[in-house]
Design a protein around this ligand. Structure first.
Ligand code: PEP
Length: 251
């Protein structure tokens, strides 16, 4: 059964105090108001993953890392490995985010290595795809997303693919305030599900959670989440504020 999932991607925001007080308050509000209908995942910065995971222990909420290195260990100054994260209980990771592709030149080849290491250490992977504004203007948005999938996760087997959640994040919508309309987003989500159907069969396609990301806010979330193939959201900016994030969770 496909799950409804809401992910908060905090990027390089929130210090120790902000992270811990946000999570404690979020838990308090969720349990006091019995808000528990969706799977909620929070992705804080590396230094706070351990304490964040401890705070959420024993709840239905969980923590994801925003990145991992593609090697097990070694001379890679400043990097964080999959086994390091597993040793502090982290089991989820976001890969393929457009900011990593753009600012840290993560190519499809690097992403394949990151996926391999993530699978090796038993991570669930939230994998991001999405086209640029130019792709869309040229009407090449479907082909761009197809290529991103074919050159990365479609190399993996049906069994391996069970560890994935897909996030469709049009680059022109990330952090810009220009959200995709529910129709535009639904069209792409349906297309992605069809690609999975053709590659992995009906059952996997139907069970796959495909999240939308890109300027989700408390006003547009509901209509996006009502779409047949939109199974939740990956939220950046609006997840930084607890009240705004709670409104999105409740949408
Ligand atoms: C993101 O970067 O994953 C994202 C969706 O950001 P925002 O919600 O700020 O557009």
């Amino acid at each position: 059964m496909k799950k409804k999932v809401i992910i908060a991607n905090w990027k390089m925001n929130h210090d120790f105090y902000e992270t811990t007080s946000y999570l404690r308050n979020l838990l308090k509000i969720i349990f006091e108001n019995k808000i528990n209908q969706k799977k909620i995942i929070i992705a804080p910065s590396f230094p706070f993953l351990h304490i964040s995971n401890q705070i959420l222990q024993g709840t239905t909420l969980s923590i994801a890392a925003q990145n991992i290195h593609q090697m097990d260990n070694g001379s890679y100054t400043g990097e964080v490995s999959a086994p390091m994260l597993r040793s502090i209980g982290i089991k989820k990771v976001i890969l393929g985010h457009s900011e990593r592709r753009k600012y840290f030149t993560e190519t499809n080849e690097i992403l394949i290595k990151k996926i391999k290491i993530a699978l090796k250490y038993g991570f669930n992977i939230i994998f991001c795809v999405g086209e640029t504004e130019v792709d869309r203007e040229k009407k090449e948005h479907f082909i761009t997303v197809k290529n991103q999938l074919e050159k990365t996760i479609f190399y993996f087997s049906l069994e391996e693919i069970n560890s994935f959640i897909i996030a469709y994040e049009p680059i022109w919508a990330i952090g810009t305030g220009k959200t995709a309309t529910p129709e535009i987003a639904q069209h792409m989500h349906q297309y992605i599900r069809t690609l999975f159907l053709n590659k992995y069969g009906k059952r996997r396609a139907n069970d796959l959670s495909i999240l939308y990301g890109g300027s989700i806010n408390d006003m547009n979330a509901k209509n996006l989440f009502l779409q047949k193939d939109i199974d939740g959201g990956l939220v950046g900016n609006y997840s930084l504020n607890i009240k705004k994030f709670l409104k999105i969770i409740q949408s």
